[in-house]
Ligand binder design. Structure first.
Ligand code: SF4
Length: 220
């Protein structure tokens, strides 16, 4: 797959948050800033300086380019730590451990976890070894949240990547009923969910467990 054919890895979190938001940003190329996106971007710019540092038990690579042909995604990892593993079962001396920086605090919905796990799957494909976990660092709490890349989370990533591809290739922007997340969405004034959304429809058209169970064979 050519690099130009890959979709941005960051689109996964948009899709999990709201399919319409994903389509407006990545299909229609619509963007607008609000205070949350501006402060989030500034937070990332401080974390995204490329470079490496080396320690006895942890090596750190910043702004590492990632890609997965299997998922059809490419992007950057804020930080990938490589943890020394003496005597690991598969003989890997330095285990990758992606760390994604988020400005706010942990949120329900799992968008951050899906994006982080996708980074882990990219690393697995690029390096040919298992990446079982990573962490989310939240600026508001100044704490790390450890994330295990379980089978369910991996399946969620695969399903989300497939749905991104469906919407992108089909040039589809789904109609979505207004939901709780709309108030913090920078596209609110462009989307007008109250006017354009599904009348009386389900709240957000989010990925659900039933859809995860319908994975296509080519992603299995
Ligand atoms: S305003 Fe709401 S429905 Fe519209 S893109 Fe944003 S989150 Fe989705």
């Amino acid at each position: 797959m050519e690099v130009d054919d890959l979709l941005p890895l960051s689109g996964l979190q948009h899709l999990v948050f709201c399919e319409r938001q994903f389509a407006m940003i990545h299909v229609e190329q619509t963007w607008a800033e609000n205070d949350l996106t501006i402060s989030g971007r500034q937070f990332h710019e401080r974390a995204d300086l490329p470079g490496q540092s080396w320690g006895a038990s942890v090596r750190v690579a910043r702004a590492l380019t990632l890609r997965s042909d299997r998922l059809g995604l490419s992007g950057k990892a804020d930080v990938v730590e490589f943890h020394r593993e003496a005597g690991s079962d598969d003989g890997v001396p330095w285990r990758p451990f992606p760390v994604e920086y988020k400005r706010g605090r942990p949120k329900p919905g799992g968008a951050d976890e899906v994006q982080l796990c996708a980074q882990g799957l990219c690393l697995e494909e690029m390096l040919g070894l298992e990446v079982p976990r990573g962490a989310l660092f939240y600026g508001k709490t100044r704490r790390r949240k450890a994330v295990e890349f379980t089978d369910d989370l991996r399946a969620r990533v695969v399903a989300a990547a497939r749905r991104c591809r469906e919407l992108f290739d089909g040039r589809v922007t789904p109609r979505v009923a207004r939901h709780k997340g709309c108030d913090r969405c920078s596209l609110l004034d462009l989307c007008l969910p109250t006017v354009t959304g599904v009348p009386g429809g389900p709240a957000p058209d989010r990925l659900d467990s039933a859809r995860f169970a319908r994975l296509p064979e080519d992603f299995a």
